[in-house]
Design a protein around this ligand. Structure first.
Ligand SMILES: Nc1nc2c(ncn2[C@@H]2O[C@H](COP(=O)(O)OP(=O)(O)OP(=O)(O)O)[C@@H](O)[C@H]2O)c(=O)[nH]1
Ligand SMILES: [Mg+2]
Ligand SMILES: [Zn+2]
Length: 284
């Protein structure tokens, strides 16, 4: 594990004991190890927030801590899974952190695509969005502006170009990238560990490993509701205070969906996530 000292120096660090699990972004207590170059992490300071999600074994794992911006990346390839984007954004809302949506690889798709419609849905509910290319450099100045001065984490499916975007923004970065599989059209899980890099204009950015179908877990129906900001903003007008916006009469959310004020696609994501959370609750 790499540790940044107050003077900016980067050192290798070991962890004291088996129970301490520092993650990317943690602020820690550490001490030099006598007659060695490594440092020893002895404690983790309280976290402002944490982004967690299930790992490949289905256990919840903290990906990063103390971030103030979550950038969710989708791309022309692999085929965008907007439900995964919605799940990351709902986790972001529950962390109390700003989210943004980036659509990468527009060099592969010169014509306005379906994605433009979906990005508009995110924009109208207040998420910064941008279409860019890590290959041509299109709109990467906007990405740089978005990240400036922040501690951001870049998340999204494997192969969308998270590491490529960071390599473009950070001169000294030399993150591994790999072509997506031609047969399956999916990413190859190139990035294995989260890693924080400093941005030239100030701030830092965390590269994270993309996972295929997984996205952050949510624990309760309340959290799911809070995760969709347009639903959260509308629920005060529902007849019942505990409305789940599915079959209840007098539901303002359903009405807004019918009248096109809330995106039907986002509402479907909400219901799908609610189902997943219900199933999770029944199994535990
Ligand atoms: N044409 C094009 N290819 C890109 C662009 N950005 C990334 N790629 C390519 O997409 C492939 C995957 O990029 P990565 O940066 O490894 O993707 P990642 O999101 O970091 O993937 P994981 O680490 O597996 O989660 C590589 O072959 C990149 O060269 C882009 O804007 N345009
Ligand atoms: Mg990567
Ligand atoms: Zn309702």
């Amino acid at each position: 594990m790499r540790l940044k000292l107050p003077d900016g120096q980067l050192v290798n660090a070991r962890i004291k004991g088996k129970r301490l699990r520092p993650v990317c972004g943690d602020r820690v207590v550490a001490e030099p190890i006598e007659s060695e170059e490594d440092w020893l992490i002895t404690a983790i300071n309280d976290r402002d927030n944490e982004l967690s999600r299930p790992n490949q074994r289905g256990q919840t794992e903290v990906l990063a801590a103390n971030v103030d911006l979550v950038v969710v990346v989708a791309a022309a390839t692999p085929k965008p899974d907007w439900f995964i984007v919605d799940r990351y954004l709902s986790a972001t809302e529950n962390m109390g952190v700003t989210g943004a949506v980036v659509y990468n690889k527009i060099d592969l798709e010169p014509d306005p695509s379906d994605a433009t419609e979906v990005l508009k849905e995110y924009e109208v509910i207040g998420y910064p969005t941008l279409r860019c290319s890590a290959k041509s450099g299109a709109s990467l100045d906007s990405l740089q502006t978005l990240l400036a001065g922040k501690t951001a984490i870049i998340v999204g499916q494997s192969g969308v170009g998270k590491s490529s975007l960071i390599n473009y923004l950070v001169d000294s970065a030399d993150l591994a990238t790999a072509a997506i599989s031609e047969k399956r059209g999916e990413g190859r899980h190139t990035t294995v560990n989260s890693m924080m890099l400093e941005l030239p204009g100030g701030g830092s950015v965390i590269d994270s490993p993309g996972v295929r179908d997984y996205a952050p877990a949510l624990l309760s129906a309340e959290q799911v509701g809070r995760g969709f900001r347009e639903i959260e903003a509308t629920r005060m007008r529902c007849r019942f205070a505990n409305c789940r916006h599915t079959r209840e009469p007098g539901c303002a959310v359903k009405k807004d969906v019918e009248q096109g004020r809330i995106s039907a696609r986002r509402y479907e994501s909400y219901k799908r996530l609610l189902n997943l959370t219900d199933r999770l609750a029944r199994n535990t």
